[in-house]
Design a protein around this ligand. Sequence first.
Ligand SMILES: NC(=O)c1ccc[n+]([C@@H]2O[C@H](COP(=O)([O-])OP(=O)(O)OC[C@H]3O[C@@H](n4cnc5c(N)ncnc54)[C@H](OP(=O)(O)O)[C@@H]3O)[C@@H](O)[C@H]2O)c1
Length: 241
Amino acid sequence: MDTPTLWITGAGSGMGRAAALAAAEDGRPIALSGRRPEVLEEVAREIRELGGTALPVPLDVTDREAVRAAAARIAQELGPIEALVLSAGMNAPRRYWRDQDLEEFAAITDTNLLGPVSVIDAVLPGMRERGAGTIVLISSYSAWRFSPDAGAAYSASKTALGPLVATLNAQENRHGIRACHLCPGDVDSDFLDRRPTVPGAGERAVMLSPEDVGRAVAFVLTSPPHVVIDELVISPAKPAA
Ligand SMILES: NC(=O)c1ccc[n+]([C@@H]2O[C@H](COP(=O)([O-])OP(=O)(O)OC[C@H]3O[C@@H](n4cnc5c(N)ncnc54)[C@H](OP(=O)(O)O)[C@@H]3O)[C@@H](O)[C@H]2O)c1
């Protein structure tokens, strides 16, 4: 099979799932990664119901060997990987200098920064060979504007994705590869359950939905190959003063 494949991390929930369902309409095969096999199976079922092709590939993005093995398996079973959506991410409730834990700081950095780096590193050679690739990094509004409550580790790891995207575009556009630093504001997803104070239904109702971001990802993925969307910032409408 030679249909370009889309690989999504964090695909079992939230924005990763929404991006997968939005992309299912393209008809391209989609590989779904995350640590929980059962939620990946559920998203795969939803994609198949829409007429798409999906392959759950359970994975911890901090396991570099597993990332390399997954990239090889996906290319073999679904065809060359031509698009990546990197949505796997984490934060922790203890996120201030007064209460953070260094082990947790390292886990956040491993997941949010080194995770995307190792997935990209695993697929770039194939993209270069084919002269085509689109990489969407789901970063954060806090990577675009300092957000005091996002936490030290989270802010630092997400802010680092901006230069990561810039270096990809500077060095790889010539090989047909483009990258987007996508920075959503508050999104009503399971992610918010890890905040020090978990927002209630009223606060969540005025946030973005995962589907809002899924649509934006589809826009980036389907833009013509000569279009590079370096950075895309999406935020919920500000409340009335
Ligand atoms: N919600 C917000 O307000 C907000 C705003 C801006 C940016 N973001 C970012 O958006 C991305 C998606 O978050 P979301 O809001 O859609 O929340 P979510 O539903 O909690 O999605 C996070 C996903 O990442 C996966 N994941 C976490 N650690 C992983 C690991 N080590 N290996 C593989 N997969 C891992 C989780 O699945 P498993 O647990 O099954 O592994 C989960 O599916 C994250 O990168 C987050 O930082 C969120």
